[in-house]
Design a protein around this ligand. Structure first.
Ligand code: C2E
Ligand code: MG
Ligand code: MG
Length: 565
């Protein structure tokens, strides 16, 4: 080597090596001598592998002229020093490997250059396995991600957690448990490519960083390798692991989040029965977070008083009498305006927020009943009760308490609407709940009837006071013979079982006429009135008798419901 490059080589901070095609050491600088604690005489001519600990992967075959290999070097003192070999193959004119130039990156020093405070080696390496620890792997993921971002490369972060390790540890004892962990680490290391990282971030939690996409075949092979029995002394032990995988740039999160997403996916793999892998799905995660945010915002709306109730009249088409109103929730959103329940109920379905909403609706309705009563309006109000609310053990008691708090509102002024689908879900429990509400003096209607595939037997058993025919059948009954057949059958059946019924979604006079003729007297729908704020109801009530077309409907001689066959 000419004098000046020789000096650069000698004086470099990094340990640098020159090896031949068989990885025998041809030359080295002082930094490498310091790193392994050996003078040049003891090193030159020796194979590089004799300075590596057993945990180091085999040096890659000639397939790639540049490689980064995570290894553990052995210092003369016996101390193990994790490092990365940054390897460059140099070829002769004929294309065969002449030698290798290897820069040895001391991982402890690398970690020291991160934001983490400088400290001893143990701060960045796990004592049991010699692998990078959480702090170091976090830094490595961060670096790898920046590299992938710059080079348009890919990156996979995989979280591995042994299944039921605690039980194994208890059974075998801690020393054997440690051997198991070390063996596991060794096994996985063998499956990794040169520049890929395995780290131990907790008791039985590991992290793998790959500079490529981990395909299913690789993950299956990983699980298979983990499953191979391990002998510890004369004890055979079997372990499995759950893997959570995320892939950059598919998962466009930052480094810390990549690790968090991988861990999140690992927990899903556990839930799915362990000994399997689960891939983090950024779209699903986004959808879940959006939903979570919407729930948080809805909870805020309940306490901030942004909910409103609108009321839609229900009439008897044969007499013109207004028989009640249905309370329908709205969200007066400060930015988005008045939102219909279809915009927010799906987000809270099945959560405790449904109960909060139901409570608010009941309290608000009772207050409204009281207000109207004082204004001389005595119309019963129906409220929609979500299935989870109805089926709560304490629902009837809670109703009783609310009614007691409003002693001037008779219980029969409050009606409950229960979805047919809810009643069918757990028929015994639903029937019991409905009966207990009826014992309090409330009437109970079954809502959206026809959508829940109730059998005739159930219809006969369900102790409901009113059947509401779902609007989807009513809407098209005049044009769709199938829908007409359904409406006819429900009306026929309800009449035979002596149940009152109401048609929802009555939009036109033609619908009203056809329904009344079939024997359904009660109706609700845009043709009669749209849901309105409570202040609008007195005016509507005074206008209603003057609505000529509907008055003519009554005079057309349609039989009252009581006279239907
Ligand atoms: P639902 O109980 O079957 O209420 C009837 C729905 O049909 C209401 O929609 C009403 O505005 C609409 N509607 C009434 N007449 C017509 C009509 O002639 N044509 C058409 N196309 N639609 C008509 P809304 O207010 O959007 O409520 C939708 C559903 O949300 C309700 O269906 C009910 O299941 C649920 N919901 C509403 N308020 C509450 C509530 O306070 N609590 C719970 N748990 N659910 C509620
Ligand atoms: Mg309803
Ligand atoms: Mg309905």
């Amino acid at each position: 080597m000419p004098e000046s490059p020789r000096r650069v080589f000698e004086e470099a901070n990094e340990a640098i090596l020159l090896t031949d095609a068989q990885q025998r050491i041809l030359d080295m600088n002082q930094a490498f001598g310091d790193f392994i604690g050996c003078p040049a005489e003891a090193v030159l001519g020796e194979p590089l592998t004799s300075f590596l600990a057993w945990r180091s992967p085999a040096l890659p075959e000639v397939c790639d002229d540049r490689a980064r290999i995570q290894v553990v070097c052995r210092h003369a003192s016996g101390e193990e020093r994790p490092a990365i070999l940054s390897l460059r193959r140099v070829r002769d004119d004929a294309g065969s490997v002449a030698h290798h130039v290897i820069v040895v990156i001391d991982l402890a020093v690398l970690a020291d250059t991160g934001q983490v405070p400088s400290g001893s080696r143990e701060v960045f390496f796990d004592a049991l396995t010699g692998l990078p620890n959480l702090q170091l792997v976090t830094q490595l993921i961060h670096d790898a991600m920046q590299h992938a971002e710059r080079s348009g490369g890919e990156l996979t972060v995989c979280s591995l957690d042994l299944d039921h390790f605690k039980a194994i540890n208890d059974r075998l004892g801690e020393p054997a448990g440690n051997v198991l962990l070390a063996t596991f680490a060794q096994r996985i290391s063998h499956l990794l490519g040169g520049d890929e990282v395995l780290a131990r971030i907790g008791g039985d939690e590991f992290v793998m960083v790959l500079h490529r996409q981990a395909d299913d075949a690789f993950l299956d092979a990983l699980l298979r390798a983990i499953r191979q029995p391990i002998r510890i002394g004369d004890q055979p032990a079997r372990i499995t692991a759950s893997l959570g995988v995320t892939h950059y740039p598919g998962d466009a999160a930052n480094g810390d989040m990549l690790l968090r997403h991988a861990t999140q996916a690992m927990y899903r793999a556990k839930q799915r029965g362990r000994d399997t892998y689960h891939r983090f799905d950024p779209d699903l995660d986004l959808a879940l977070r959006v939903r979570q945010e919407r729930r948080r915002r809805f909870a805020e709306a309940v306490s901030a008083g942004e909910l409103r109730l609108h009321y839609q009249p229900q009439v008897d088409m044969t007499s013109g009498e207004v028989v009640g109103v249905e309370a329908l929730v709205r969200w007066q959103h400060p930015e988005k305006g008045l939102l219909a329940p279809g915009r927010f109920l799906p987000d809270i379905a099945g959560t405790a927020l449904e109960i909060d909403l139901g409570e608010w609706v009941l309290v608000e309705t009772l207050a409204q009943l009281q207000t109207w009563r004082e204004a001389g309006i005595t119309l019963p109000v129906s409220v929609n009760i979500s299935p989870s609310h109805l089926l709560r053990e304490d629902f009837p008691e809670r109703l009783a308490t609310l009614l007691e708090a409003n002693p001037r509102v008779p219980p029969c002024m409050l009606k409950l609407e229960v979805l047919e689908t809810a009643a069918m879900h757990d028929i015994e429990q639903a029937m019991a709940a409905i009966r207990r509400c009826q014992e309090l003096g409330l009437l109970v209607a079954i809502d959206d009837f026809g959508t829940g595939f109730s059998s005739l037997t159930y219809l006969r058993q369900l102790p409901v006071d009113l059947i509401k025919i779902d609007q989807s059948f009513v809407r098209d009954m005049l044009t769709d013979p199938d829908d007409m057949a359904i409406v006819e059958s429900i009306i026929y059946m309800a009449n035979r079982f002596g149940r009152a019924m109401l048609a929802e979604g009555v939009e036109t006079l033609e619908h009203a006429r056809a329904l009344a003729t079939l024997g359904c007297a009660l109706a609700q729908g845009y043709g009669i009135a749209r849901p309105m704020p409570p202040e609008g109801l007195p005016a509507w009530l005074s206008d209603w008798p003057a609505r000529r077309e509907w008055v003519e409907l009554q005079q057309a001689g349609i039989r009252p419901a009581s006279e239907a066959p």
